[in-house]
Design a protein around this ligand. Structure first.
Ligand SMILES: *[C@@H]1O[C@H](CO)[C@@H](O)[C@H](O)[C@H]1NC(C)=O
Ligand SMILES: *[C@@H]1O[C@H](CO)[C@@H](O)[C@H](O)[C@H]1NC(C)=O
Ligand SMILES: *[C@@H]1O[C@H](CO)[C@@H](O)[C@H](O)[C@H]1NC(C)=O
Ligand SMILES: *[C@@H]1O[C@H](CO)[C@@H](O)[C@H](O)[C@H]1NC(C)=O
Ligand SMILES: [Ca+2]
Ligand SMILES: [Ca+2]
Ligand SMILES: [Ca+2]
Ligand SMILES: [Ca+2]
Length: 468
């Protein structure tokens, strides 16, 4: 009895299975008696991807009974209704059967990303109505809502939106932390979270050290001030990387030009001057003690390599040079500034000359000095001072030891003070021997004195003690 019931049940189940008509769904709908939405998932593909044979990425099961394209009683005909959005799925997909399963299969390249990084040209889903009819009876059909989801492949590198073909011109005085360029890149792929970075060619490492780029915003900032006087141009490589795996990177070459700013002061210029950091330091001139009214004094440079009188010249070390104005800062002895008239003239090539004209005829003492100040005409008013030493004619060597150089510094260790007379080696040896002997004798004398003094005082205290 029991076996009969069991058998009957089996028969019913088998019958129901066998009776599932073509075009019916393998799955239940959300409610009893309704049809499900047919959903399929595929990846976007290029022609190369399609030829690669990785079919399962580009096809998805279409869960309907029947055999798509089949000619037997099980055969079904699948049609896309013209109410699809944007793009006809049949342009790129076809319906195929294999081993009693139905598939939707990508057979033409499909670009999910669209031509731009904007989202509105992306193709993330094909939404359409699918009509399924029996091969044997075309008037027996049903409709399904179908969706083919297109998944992203990271097949696009980022692209820079910022035009970096023109060189980036940055003034050397640009303060640290200032944003000098807002770099922006885009990526056509979905949800690409781009990150920015920079480097520079091996020869320009010192340049990239002056910059940083915010990895998220792409803001290029100066981290340490640039220096036009050290480097006027260089190259930065700017990178934008997406977050795909593997990640893709865009590289831009940004030429950087450093613009001169007013950060240098004036210097005196003459041939043979003592230099420090490549420019004249401790500028000095000599002239004679005899002054003639309205006749400009004639000066010789120190050291006098050219063996001739020179024009007093100064220039601003900045390329964007400020004009220079000469004046007398002071005299030695003080208070004689009014004995001279100083005029400044431009040579036209960035240099300025000073003419010092006595306002009276007079002979000053040997050793009279003028401290001549060359000042750049700027807010900073940087200046440098040179010394003009007046010597009696007949004095051939300059006796001036002290030099003055305004803000350049008055470090004397390179100044031309006469070197002490040189001792010959035997004399040096003799001096050493005599010194050692003298020291020895002095020590002996001291020791003797101490000994005597001590024995005296100790005997004294003995006496004191015995007295107590
Ligand atoms: C049909 O499916 C089998 C595996 O199920 C596969 O090996 C074969 O390549 C498929 N045929 C086609 C034409 O895709
Ligand atoms: C074809 O299908 C329709 C609708 O289901 C039905 O009315 C008709 O009888 C069928 N024709 C045949 C020959 O089965
Ligand atoms: C970038 O700028 C340069 C000049 O600055 C211009 O010639 C070029 O056409 C620009 N490129 C783009 C893509 O806008
Ligand atoms: C992008 O990546 C950064 C880390 O690299 C993370 O902090 C941020 O939350 C990410 N943003 C999005 C939208 O994924
Ligand atoms: Ca990408
Ligand atoms: Ca993509
Ligand atoms: Ca400068
Ligand atoms: Ca300057």
């Amino acid at each position: 009895m029991n076996t009969v019931i069991l058998l009957a049940t089996f028969t019913v189940v088998a019958l129901v299975q066998a009776q599932m008509p073509p075009c019916s769904s393998l799955d239940d709908g959300p409610f009893l008696g309704t049809a499900p939405t047919l959903t399929m998932d595929v990846y976007e593909a290029t022609q190369d991807d399609l030829s690669s044979g990785q079919n399962d990425k580009y096809r998805a099961e279409l869960r309907l009974h029947g055999e798509a394209g089949g000619t037997g009683g099980n055969g079904i005909v699948l049609e896309v209704m013209p109410n699809y959005q944007f793009m006809n799925p049949e342009d790129t997909f076809r319906f195929v059967a294999n081993n009693s399963q139905n598939f939707v299969e990508l057979y033409k390249p499909l670009d999910r990303d669209g031509p731009t990084a904007a989202l509105d040209d992306d193709i993330n889903v094909f939404s359409f109505t699918l009509k399924c009819s029996l091969q044997s009876n075309e008037s027996d059909f049903r409709y399904y809502d179908a969706k083919i989801f297109v998944h992203d492949v990271n097949d696009n590198p980022p692209e820079f939106v910022t035009n970096m073909t023109a060189p980036l011109v940055i003034n050397e005085l640009t303060p640290s932390g200032m944003t000098v360029l807002e770099v922006k890149a885009e990526d056509r792929d979905i949800s690409s979270n781009l990150s920015y970075s920079l480097s520079s060619p091996s020869g320009d490492k010192d340049l990239s050290n002056h910059f940083e780029i915010d990895p998220h915003t792409g803001h290029l900032r100066v981290t340490t001030p640039l220096d036009y006087e050290t480097k006027t141009m260089g190259t930065l490589y700017i990178y934008a990387m997406d977050n795909g795996s593997p990640a893709r990177t865009a590289t831009a070459t940004l030429n950087v030009m450093v613009e001169d700013g007013d950060d240098q002061g004036p210097v005196y210029v003459y041939e043979g001057c003592w230099t420090h950091d490549g420019h004249c330091a401790w500028p000095k001139y000599t002239t004679t003690t005899v002054l003639k009214k309205d006749q400009p004094i004639s000066v010789m440079p120190v050291p006098n390599k050219v063996k001739a009188a020179v024009t007093i010249k100064a220039k601003d070390m900045d390329e964007a040079a400020n004009p220079i104005q000469f004046s007398i800062a002071s005299t030695i002895p003080p208070g004689s500034e009014s004995m001279f008239r100083v005029t400044t003239a431009s040579t036209g090539n960035g240099e300025y000359t000073a003419t010092i004209t006595p306002t009276q005829s007079k002979t000053v003492n040997h050793g009279f000095e003028i401290f001549l100040k060359a000042t750049e005409q700027s807010e900073q008013g940087r200046f440098v001072i040179s010394m003009i030493f007046f010597e009696e004619t007949g004095h051939t060597c300059s006796t001036g030891g002290a030099s003055a150089a305004g803000n350049v510094g008055t470090n004397d260790n390179m100044s031309p003070t006469a070197e002490p007379e040189k001792y010959t080696e035997p004399i040096v040896a003799l001096i050493v021997v005599v010194s050692i002997l003298a020291a020895f004798v002095l020590c002996l004398a001291l020791a003797f004195f101490c000994f005597v003094h001590r024995s005296k005082s100790s005997s004294g205290s003995d006496i004191n003690l015995t007295r107590m």
